[in-house]
Design a protein around this ligand. Structure first.
Ligand SMILES: [Zn+2]
Length: 283
């Protein structure tokens, strides 16, 4: 009897898996999981537990916005690599992110520490995590790098385009995630702790732009904004707050992120509406 490979793959797809090459460890012929773009745990942070409004998360995509339970997933990684991402970044970061209950473990840790830069009336504080052993900066760096990298290996956008361009550094990011190389020298990662209530659940996948040979992307989840700059000529002002290579391994806590996050959300909403109108007009 001939082995029904297609039938087997169909069955595995139904079970949420298929056979192929893992994009992270590059092993071929392995069972692939339906990997998330933004980790599943992020969606749990977005659930409204009050029962008063739509329980589905409010999610902004590169091409518009939807209030949806639809999660962006694709067959990309093997089980070992999924576990690697969980253990090395996601588990710690999501446990310390802002929860639907309002609890925010990282904020509590920072509130007991002394900021290195802080003036009365200034909405921004700078903490040197080298002095705060409770802050797992390896997990923060790994988690953010893994989300930006995931954005660079698949056409997650509605039109099939790839949302993040890491240019020639993509392979270095992959090898960093595999533990083979240090975090790329030509990259700088800022971790911003969001201080403010207004839109604490606002979440969106990486978006960014490229200018003067430097590429900057950011994404936000409850409690955090992660900003990545990549390029050979990253200016010192972008390097100085890098959690890995900035002096004292800094994180920034600020209220000023909220207005520009909101402005960006509005812009994405308008883009989405325009795209929908164009689609309808084209019919
Ligand atoms: Zn793998």
């Amino acid at each position: 009897m001939q082995y029904d490979l297609e039938g087997r793959i169909r069955t595995m797809k139904c079970e949420g898996a298929m056979v192929g090459k893992c994009r992270l460890c590059l092993q071929d012929g392995v069972i692939l999981k339906r990997s998330h773009y933004l980790p599943a745990g992020v969606y749990r942070l977005l659930r409204d537990t009050t029962g008063l409004s739509n329980p589905n998360p409010y999610q902004l995509t590169g091409r518009g916005s939807v209030q949806t339970s639809k999660q962006q997933r694709e067959f990309l990684l093997c089980n070992d690599c999924e576990q690697r991402l969980c253990k090395q970044g996601e588990n710690w970061v999501l446990a310390h992110a802002k929860q639907p209950t309002g609890a925010f473990a990282l904020e509590s840790i920072l509130s007991k520490a002394t900021p290195s830069v802080y003036e009365l009336g200034n909405p921004t504080k700078l903490y040197e995590t080298a002095l705060i052993p409770e802050v797992n900066r390896d997990a923060l760096l790994y988690f953010a790098a893994s989300v930006f990298w995931r954005g660079s290996i698949h056409g997650w956008n509605d039109d099939g385009s790839v949302p993040v361009n890491l240019y020639s550094y993509k392979e270095q990011f992959r090898r960093f995630l595999m533990g083979d190389l240090p975090f790329p020298r030509s990259a700088s990662l800022w971790v911003i702790v969001r201080d403010g209530e207004e839109i604490s659940q606002l979440t969106y996948a990486p978006s960014g732009l490229s200018r003067f040979g430097i590429t900057m992307y950011r994404f936000t989840i409850p409690g955090f904004v992660f900003m990545l700059s990549v390029g050979r000529k990253i200016p010192e002002r972008l390097r100085q707050y890098c959690i890995l290579r900035g002096a004292g391994n800094p994180v920034v806590q600020t209220t000023i992120a909220e207005p520009w996050l909101m402005a960006e959300a509005r812009e994405k909403l308008q883009q989405g509406m325009k795209a929908r109108q164009n689609r309808q007009g084209g019919r």
